[in-house]
Design a protein around this ligand. Structure first.
Ligand code: URA
Ligand code: CA
Length: 442
């Protein structure tokens, strides 16, 4: 069948065969199919979608377009975690040492921040000496020795996604659930772990703005994982306000350490506790979520998770002293408190706006090749539902540029809505999606 016929078939919403899907994916990756035909195909998918079977085949073809990682030298059930991206989403950095300290081989490949969302690799690079560009051989050796490592996602995985994503970006086809699901899952599966825990964020600071789309995306990703023999569980969690209190890079490392010491944002802790318990369950360490949550709390309480973080930092060449002396992390020149302009209750927080403000201060990038400032960012100790008093400090802005600091102080107050009547916080964890189905949790 010619490429035009394949596009035509999808345009009318018909089911594509395995051969047709492979032709499109491999043909485009090899340069035999031009951008204009792939653009038309992607737009047809945007309108007509792909069913479960087509999506599994499409994802498998993307995976087969490049190298995959062999983690078979690591003993045990290897578990990975992925977040669809958020603001103050400091989950991975404490989570990996927690589950590693409890015996699950935690093989984490992470990305950098883009736009208003942060990235784990940038955050970790604020630890002096910490190496994230590590060969797979060394990665395997570290995980075999200490059970956990966090490295930068290899550029050689899923070349089809790199090319397709760049085209989606300029053809208005990024926001398609089958295309997002296959893009994320191809990279997760190529990374070689046995099980995957997904954190699908929903709300004003996330890719998915409403619960219905988040649930569709989570379901599509779980189905792809199960079809391709990866035990996959997704959680849908709230991103209608920053998850943790810190937004930036070195300040998110400080909050990660706080969490490992039993402090830090309660909402951030609860997401870590749930995802951690799920990773322990998938890794075969516990049978139930309750047992998993108890172990997560124990690993924090007895200091073993913090100790594990120290080991991971050391194994990856970083200065572990930062755990006990956070002034060794990059420091911003200026620090200024954000003062509440009126008394009342916080009703709304623009999470995306805060992410963009951190980006404006230099903590994030618009283009992939931009250099970022690891020391700047924002810290907020208030969440939706909290009471504030006029004149009270509700946060801090960290900056290296006095003009930007002033502008940030002006902009930040517009990102909060304070009302007179008491408000309640949004739910935190909405759904769990697994091969058994959808479980409502709020
Ligand atoms: N993240 C990805 O990796 N791919 C998408 O398509 C969207 C978000
Ligand atoms: Ca991320």
């Amino acid at each position: 069948m010619s490429i035009v016929d394949i596009i035509e078939k999808k345009k009318y919403g018909n089911h594509l065969t395995e051969e047709e899907i492979k032709n499109i994916v491999f043909g485009y990756t090899d340069g035999k199919i031009p951008d204009y035909q792939m653009s038309a195909f992607l737009m047809a998918v945007w309108f007509k979608g792909m069913d479960e079977n087509e999506l599994a085949i499409f994802t498998k073809a993307m995976i087969d377009s490049g190298k995959t990682i062999d983690l078979s030298r690591i003993e045990g059930i290897k578990v990975d975690k992925h977040s669809s991206g958020g603001v103050a989403d400091t989950v991975t950095i404490p989570l990996i040492p927690i589950v590693a300290s409890l015996g699950v081989p935690a093989c984490k490949m992470s990305g950098r921040g883009l736009g208003h969302t942060g990235g784990t690799i940038d955050k970790l690079e604020s630890i002096p000496g910490f190496r994230t560009e590590i060969s797979i051989e060394e990665f395997v050796n570290i995980v075999n020795r200490i059970k956990g490592a966090i490295i930068s996602q290899s550029n050689e995985l899923v070349p089809a996604d790199k090319k397709i994503y760049a085209l989606r970006d300029v053809t208005s086809t990024v926001d398609s659930i089958p295309l997002i699901a296959s893009s994320i899952m191809s990279k997760k599966i190529a990374a070689g772990t046995d099980a995957i825990v997904l954190d699908v964020k929903v709300g004003n600071g996330a890719f998915m703005q409403d619960l219905d789309s988040a649930l569709k995306l989570a379901t599509a990703m779980v189905n792809i994982g199960q079809s391709l023999n990866r035990n996959t569980v997704a959680y849908i969690t709230d991103m209608n306000q920053p998850l943790g209190n810190a937004i930036g890079n070195s300040i998110e490392i400080i909050e990660a350490i706080d969490i490992l010491k039993g402090n830090g944002s309660q909402r951030l802790f609860e997401v870590i506790e749930t995802l951690g318990a799920e990773m322990l369950r998938l890794g075969g360490v516990v049978d139930t979520m309750e047992e998993g949550k108890a172990l997560v709390k124990k690993a924090i309480k007895d200091g073993s998770a913090l100790k594990k973080f120290e080991e991971i930092i050391e194994a990856q060449g970083g200065n572990k002293e930062i755990i006990y002396n956070t002034s060794l992390l990059p420091q911003a020149k200026f620090k200024k408190d954000v003062i509440a302009a009126q008394s009342g209750y916080i009703n709304r927080i623009d999470a995306k706006g805060l992410g963009k403000l951190a980006q404006f201060l230099g903590a994030g990038r618009e283009r992939k090749d931009e250099v970022i400032d690891l020391s700047v960012g924002l810290f907020f100790n208030k969440k939706i539902g909290d009471k504030v008093e006029k004149g009270e400090p509700i946060g801090t802005i960290l900056a290296n540029d006095a003009t930007k600091l002033e502008e940030a102080l002006n902009r930040v107050m517009k990102l909060f809505e304070v009302v007179e009547t008491p408000t309640s916080p949004p739910p935190l964890i909405y759904y769990r999606v697994s091969k058994e189905g959808v479980q409502k949790l709020f």
